[in-house]
Design a protein around this ligand. Structure first.
Ligand code: SAM
Length: 243
């Protein structure tokens, strides 16, 4: 199935991504748990561990959406640290901000509406940047990776958590079936929105595989880039450093 999201002109893709996330913002967390059977929590826990965050550091949770990673980072950096939750979509940012404030997390978090392709931060600013399930939605991924490299401190690290290519053909088939049939159905039943969840499936399929993304990070300037497959490669965690 090809919904043609990569073939549409750039501005149209930007508008469609915006529509999708305005539409799913309210139901995003519950759908995340349902669709991944809660496993996204484990993927995110491993992401946090790979950041090796210390007190006082500055962290960027890019395309941070409803702020799952930001909540953990906020505890880890302490009162002298800073976590910026940046997202292009104000509906997602609002849901994230309300959720984190309800948890009493206010001291060290800032919210910034920003496009990953043109980050509004100074050079060499962050100790760690994460982009979790966000990069596949970005129109110009190479530009975004270069922008992340610019705002990262020398010695800092980028972690990209994203859907990737399942490593076993049977798993690949089962996963295709799940994404193109079960996901839109769940989207329809729970959120009354099958189109957005069809977009999700299509954007996952179009996203670069493990080695392509590794090369893209290297081309953007990152060093010592490696990746770890999770859940048979359904998701991969890519790690790269700015030297
Ligand atoms: N990081 C969160 C998580 O792991 O649960 C949210 C992921 S959600 C699937 C993808 C997020 O990427 C959405 O909140 C969307 O608004 C954001 N996004 C899409 N394109 C973006 C861009 N160009 N720059 C910044 N954020 C973007």
């Amino acid at each position: 199935i090809d919904f043609g999201f990569e073939q549409v002109p750039k501005q149209e893709k930007v508008n469609r991504v915006a529509d999708v996330f305005h539409s799913v913002a309210d139901k995003y967390d519950v759908m995340n748990d349902l669709m991944s059977f809660g496993i996204h929590r484990i993927w995110k826990k491993l992401t946090i561990e790979h950041c090796s965050v210390r007190k006082g550091q500055k962290i960027l949770d890019l395309a941070g959406g409803t702020g799952d990673l930001t909540a953990k980072f906020s505890e880890l950096v302490g009162d002298d640290g800073l976590v910026i939750l940046a997202d292009i979509n104000d509906s997602m940012l609002k849901v994230g901000r309300d959720k984190l404030r309800d948890k009493g997390l206010i001291k060290n978090i800032e919210y910034v509406q920003a496009n990953a392709e043109a980050l509004p931060f100074p050079d060499n600013y962050f100790d760690c940047i994460t982009i979790s399930f966000g990069l596949r939605n970005v129109t110009d991924k190479d530009k975004a990776l270069r922008s992340m490299w610019r705002v990262l401190k020398p010695g800092g690290r980028l972690i990209v958590l994203e859907f990737s290519k399942p490593q076993y053909s049977l798993l690949n088939k089962a996963y295709d079936l799940y994404s193109f049939h079960v996901l839109p159905f769940m989207g329809k039943v729970v959120a009354n929105d099958s189109d957005s969840y069809r977009y999700l499936a299509e954007s996952i399929r179009m996203h670069p595989d493990q080695n392509t993304l590794k090369q893209m990070m290297t081309d953007a300037g990152f060093g010592d880039v490696k990746y770890y497959n999770m859940t048979g490669g359904i998701v991969a965690l890519h790690l790269g450093f700015k030297f």
